[in-house]
Design a protein around this ligand. Structure first.
Ligand SMILES: [Zn+2]
Length: 494
């Protein structure tokens, strides 16, 4: 039976290949420049106010995507009754004031003190200093009922970017052992205090945990190392007091949008390609009177969302051998949260996903290319280059690897699980002035796009997707890639 199925599959793949010229012509006709422009103009309109996560306009965008998927012929996922997957988030606004006092010292919010999570009210408790706050040090410190002070990071990891992940682990341990708050001494030239101030003064989003949160965890600005010296000599204080006012933490739900096109080949339809793009952007900001306050996000990422819709429109009329899962992700701009939640709570088994072909762009400065972040990392590279070439474009790999774009978009949520994943973007050969003019700027509007170029970009993208959907061999990580091991374990490859 298995052999028969394999033969059948091979036959059907050959059949699909023989039709390749016909397919190119069908893609050419299917991608309609006016239809493309309509999607982008709607998604990037002032009326949608920048599609910020959690706003009514973000929901309208999700509704639009779901209905366009439906009309393209993408169905609900098997056993689901909605195109929307609700993503539970915690939305926190920084406290309006925070004061930490001990001995004859008093530290207050912004210049001396910042909170990652904050619970309103006054805590009076003994204080204990626990070095880096490893599990052993916390146990030794007998932290129950105490305010815990620790150095940020860990003995074996002092990288600033790792501080926050490590801090979350410490918070869990401190809570478990009955500590009442965690304050860390922060010192880094890599991520200076002023950047943190900027970040923590805005609204922050995290995936909502089972507990919700009413625990204060914060940082002391220790740029000079004087507080480390102070606490290293004091170790314990009989009393200290932490007073926080005006913190606001709420649970919200925001939708991811999912659609499904079932493959036509009975032997292959269990396998599927993930076509993804985030549809949220950064919303409306306070600006001086008379200036544009709406960050429309035409390039970032109405263009990518439209790639997803246009791909659905093509394959709805031209069913592929393998299936396609469409995932329009929410909450990307606030920390890749929609894709991360989906990858932790998938609606289809991830080991049947053959590839994640994500779309996300900053902008373009070269209309002869398409930029593919991660192009060189998987064996889908030649299929993507061929797809692009057929429509007159050259597929190039990440022009600015030092920016680490691969780990800054939704593809990484799938890569971390082992699914070979890349991100396609309109042609940028550098992060130059032409790109920065629009990147996360109110000028990123539907009016200043070249729709003829975008139509060709979409055609190239769809043909590349077509080739992956009908590949004899499923794509995989190139040997030695950072995510190769995760891939082997996901697909049980020896
Ligand atoms: Zn983006």
């Amino acid at each position: 039976m298995r052999k028969f199925a394999l033969l059948l599959a091979t036959f059907s793949l050959l059949f699909f290949y023989a039709r390749s010229q016909e397919i190119v012509e069908q893609i050419e006709r299917s991608v309609n420049q006016d239809a493309v422009e309509a999607h982008i103009r709607f998604l990037a309109s002032d009326e949608l106010r920048g599609r910020m996560t959690g706003t009514p306009e973000n929901k309208i965008a999700a509704k639009y995507i779901a209905e366009r998927l439906r009309s393209a012929g993408a169905t609900l996922l098997p056993d689901r009754d909605s195109y929307h997957q609700q993503v539970p988030l915690l939305r926190s606004d920084a406290p309006s004031s925070a004061v930490f006092s001990f001995d004859d010292q008093e530290l207050s919010q912004w210049d001396e003190l910042l909170f990652i999570t904050a619970a309103n009210g006054t805590l009076s408790a003994p204080l204990v200093f626990v070095g880096y706050g490893s599990e052993e040090e916390l146990k030794k410190g007998k932290i129950e009922g105490k305010i815990v002070v620790a150095r940020a990071g860990a003995e074996d990891n002092k990288e600033a970017r790792a501080f926050f992940g490590i801090s979350r682990e410490k918070v869990e341990m401190v809570k478990e052992m009955g500590g009442v708050a965690l304050i860390e001494l922060y010192r880094s030239s890599e991520l200076p205090w002023s950047l943190l101030q900027n970040y923590f003064s805005g609204t922050k989003y995290t995936l909502d945990g089972p507990t919700g949160d009413s625990f204060s965890s914060g940082l002391i600005n220790d740029a000079e190392g004087t507080w480390l010296e102070y606490f290293s000599s004091k170790k314990k204080l009989k009393s200290s007091e932490l007073t926080i006012e005006g913190a606001d933490t709420r649970s919200i739900e925001v939708p991811n949008v999912l659609g499904w096109i079932e493959g036509a080949d009975p032997a292959l339809k269990d396998e599927y390609l993930i076509i993804s793009a985030h549809f949220d952007h950064v919303g409306v900001k306070q600006v001086p009177a008379g200036e544009d306050s709406i960050w429309n996000g035409a390039r970032d990422n109405a263009i990518g969302t439209t790639a997803l819709l246009t791909t659905a429109e093509f394959f709805g009329m031209n069913r592929p051998a393998r299936s396609i899962l469409f995932l329009a992700c929410n909450a990307e701009e606030v920390g890749l949260l929609g894709s991360r939640y989906y990858s932790e709570n998938p609606w289809m088994p991830l080991d049947k996903a053959i590839f994640n072909f994500n779309n996300d762009g900053a902008g373009y400065n070269n209309k002869t290319i398409m930029t593919v972040i991660g192009l060189e990392r998987t064996s889908a590279d030649t299929m993507i280059m061929d797809g692009a070439k057929t429509f007159g474009l050259t597929a190039i790999q990440d022009p600015v690897p030092e920016q680490n774009l691969y780990d800054r978009s939704d593809n990484v949520s799938f890569a971390a699980k082992g699914v070979p994943a890349i991100t396609a973007a309109p042609g940028a050969d550098d992060f130059d002035e032409e790109v920065l003019k629009y990147y996360h700027q109110p000028a990123d509007e539907a009016d200043n796009l070249d729709y003829a170029y975008l139509a060709d970009y979409y055609r190239a993208y769809i043909l590349a997707a077509y080739k992956i959907l009908h590949a004899g061999e499923r794509p995989f990580w190139k040997s030695g890639d950072k995510y190769e091991e995760a891939g082997k374990s996901l697909y049980s490859i020896e």
